[in-house]
Design a protein around this ligand. Structure first.
Ligand SMILES: [Zn+2]
Length: 83
């Protein structure tokens, strides 16, 4: 499965491949569905996921990611803003 990940340096999306058996979602009707974080593959409840700042669908919807990767994304995002 190929997702899209924002590249701060190039200012464009780059292909971001995740294993086909990972359940990566931007939206769930069931908050207790188990999803995979597209960065690290961690399994978590969709209701506990954060919206990705980097990994998006073609229409710009952010995938649900884990707390640890969310922190790393926020850090990269802030660094990119101060460059
Ligand atoms: Zn993660």
């Amino acid at each position: 499965m190929i997702l899209r990940k924002w590249n701060y340096k190039a200012h464009e999306y780059e292909p971001f491949e995740v294993p086909d058996d990972w359940n990566c979602k931007t939206y769930c009707t069931d908050m207790s569905e188990i999803v995979n974080c597209p960065h690290c593959g961690a399994r978590l409840l969709f209701g506990n996921s954060f919206t990705s700042l980097e990994v998006h669908t073609a229409t710009g919807m952010g995938y649900g990611i884990c707390g640890k990767c969310h922190e790393a994304e926020v850090k990269r995002n802030l660094e990119a803003m101060h460059e």
